[in-house]
Design a protein around this ligand. Structure first.
Ligand code: ARG
Length: 578
């Protein structure tokens, strides 16, 4: 029930009938201001320019060719050649009734379901998860949920960093610790563990050499060493899973496909790139030169595929991963929810993969880049003492703060209710604060802003949901019992109906462009349209006719369901009571 698409098709047909060439697009969009209809077709001006005619006359001619359209009440030409479209009330009411009757709010699944590989979260296992992993985890999970809802097959790939020379130092330290304690105990705090190992590496005589021996043994496939490494990895993954659980993120252990899984393929890949002439020997290393990514002076971009001495790099693994995702996982889309600071690295990997033919023209490689999380001081978010903020602690603080707020707002709550609401609001606030910002920008992490009950925040939307639901408790009816027509007699009801109807097109847009803030903005606007409706149109007051009440309650029900479905796609929970 994507209205925009349907109108676009109708106007496209009318434009063809009016004799315009196929490349002229009607450019249908929701009307920006009240008084200009519900939607607008803005394509007449560009089309008139193309064929050399008067835009207002052309707009009129397009309208003449519209034919009978049940969706449309009336159209008019405005300004230099805009076409304002007023939707038919009975048609609108019909779409709402259909949405009510359907579990999925009548949101159609994609006509062309795709396989999307989604690379997100991907912490480095040598360290505890910190705020640097928050954005990728939250944004990635929202996209995964949304694409799945749209009927696509989503293959989550948690490309964890589980390999590299730093594991020599960590394993040497772990081996020593395990002389008198369990691995679990030793690795309880990965941050502390890492710091201890680093100090020994820098200061203790002979330790660095032992660390290097461990690297050699690990890479050589020494069995004991691999066992120890596996132990380390398993415990680290459990730490990450605790965070996923707290955050309400859908990632499972089976989604872990870590860097080490590509090890066996790396020598094969390097040979293949050389055979294909994509990479060449250069001063002992194997290098790909990319004239297509040349700098301003015309120097080609350089990607080292294998170091002098034989070592592989981050880029080598990523090329192997692309090949695997394209050929084995058969991805139509491969999405990387990765920090914007890795743009060059990914563009290089994408370019090499395309040149080598590892990926077909029909398969896309998309970098869903995001900016940095900043502190109030405008610098990357750190603890007061300048350390990295552990994700586990950040989430605990969010829940604590939200619980205190909730207790303040509603002292009647039982301790149990308070802590459950605090959890849902606190975690929701952190996630929504991130998702609601245009992901490519940096954003300032601010507790007060994200926990505010006013404005475009999770608490505001969660509370809006609860308030709508409370109407049903007060009315003593279940939404499923409501029967009768939906009427859209007032402007506020009409505005709300159109907003409700836009849910489908918003989801389509987010699935395509991968910007979750578009969905957040929509939900916020929906909640605002609901407030406007609620003020203008009494639902339960005396003097409201039974028909009116039933109609309005149906609108309330659709608002509640759209809010909870939308928030759920963002990975945010709602509550019946707050
Ligand atoms: N583990 C990497 C890091 O922490 C991110 C991996 C991103 N994914 C990828 N395929 N390169 O920087």
């Amino acid at each position: 029930m994507n209205i925009r698409q349907q109108l676009n098709d109708i106007f496209q047909t009318a434009m063809t009938a009016a004799g315009l060439p196929a490349e002229c697009s009607p450019a249908v969009a929701p009307a920006k201001k009240a008084g200009f209809g519900d939607y607008q077709a803005n394509g007449a001006m560009a089309a008139a320019k193309k064929v050399g005619t008067n835009p207002r006359e052309l707009a009129a001619k397009i309208i003449e060719n519209l034919g009978e359209q049940p969706m449309i009440e009336k159209v008019e030409v405005a300004g230099p050649g805009f076409i304002n479209i007023h939707l038919s009330e009975s048609w609108l009411a019909g779409t709402l009734a259909a949405a009510r009757a359907d579990e999925r709010l009548n949101i159609r699944k994609a006509d062309d379901p795709q396989t999307a590989v989604l690379d997100y979260s991907h912490p480095n296992l040598a360290k505890e998860m910190h705020v640097g992993h928050l954005r990728t985890t939250i944004i990635g999970d929202a996209l995964a949920r949304l694409l799945e809802f749209q009927g696509h097959t989503v293959i989550r790939q948690n490309h964890m960093g589980d390999w590299g020379t730093q594991f020599g130092m960590l394993l040497a330290h772990l081996a020593d610790k395990m002389e008198n304690q369990d691995a679990e105990v030793a690795l309880k705090d990965l941050e502390v563990f890492y710091r201890e190992a680093k100090v020994r590496f820098d200061e203790e005589d002979g330790f660095a050499d032992r660390a290097r021996e461990y690297v050699v043994k690990l890479q050589g496939g020494d069995e004991d060493c691999l066992k120890l490494w596996q132990r380390f990895i398993d415990i680290s993954i459990s730490h990450a899973e605790e965070i996923y659980e707290k955050l309400g993120v859908t990632l499972q252990r089976s989604d872990v496909y870590a860097e080490s899984q590509y090890n066996d393929d790396l020598p094969v890949l390097v040979n293949d790139l050389v055979d294909r002439g994509i990479a060449v020997q250069d001063q002992g290393a194997i290098v790909a030169f990319l004239p297509e990514m040349a700098d301003k002076e015309g120097n080609p971009s350089v990607v080292i595929i294998q170091k002098k001495g034989g070592g592989y790099l981050y880029a080598t693994t990523d090329l192997a991963a692309i090949r695997y995702r394209a050929n084995v996982l058969k991805a139509d889309r491969i999405l990387y929810v990765v920090d914007a600071r890795q743009t060059l690295h990914l563009q290089q990997a994408f370019t090499v993969a395309r040149k080598a033919g590892y990926i077909a023209d029909s398969q896309t490689l998309e970098h869903c880049a995001f900016g940095t999380m900043m502190g109030d001081d405008g610098k990357p978010f750190k603890t007061r003492t300048g350390g990295t903020v552990k994700l586990a602690e950040l989430l605990d603080e969010a829940v604590e703060r939200a619980t205190a707020l909730v207790a303040d707002k509603n002292p009647e709550l039982s301790a149990e209710e308070r802590s459950e609401i605090g959890r849902v609001v606190g975690i929701g606030a952190v996630k929504y604060a991130d998702l609601s910002k245009t992901r490519t920008n940096d954003y300032v992490f601010n507790w007060d802003a994200m926990l505010a009950f006013e404005g475009n925040t999770a608490p505001y939307l969660q509370y809006a949901y609860t308030r709508v639901r409370s109407i049903f408790r007060r009315a003593g009816v279940e939404p499923s019992d409501l029967q009768g027509d939906i009427r859209l007699g007032t402007d506020a009801e009409r505005a709300l109906a159109i907003k409700l109807n836009q849910f489908g097109e918003v989801l389509d847009q987010v699935a395509k462009d991968t910007f979750p803030h578009v969905l957040c903005t929509y939900l916020y606007e929906l909640a605002s349209a609901y407030m406007g409706f609620y003020e203008a149109c009494p639902v339960l007051k005396d003097g409201v006719s039974e028909e009116e009440k039933v109609s309005r309650l149906q609108l309330c029900d659709l608002v509640a369901r759209t809010l909870s479905t939308g928030l759920n796609l963002l990975g945010i929970e709602t509550l019946e009571k707050m």
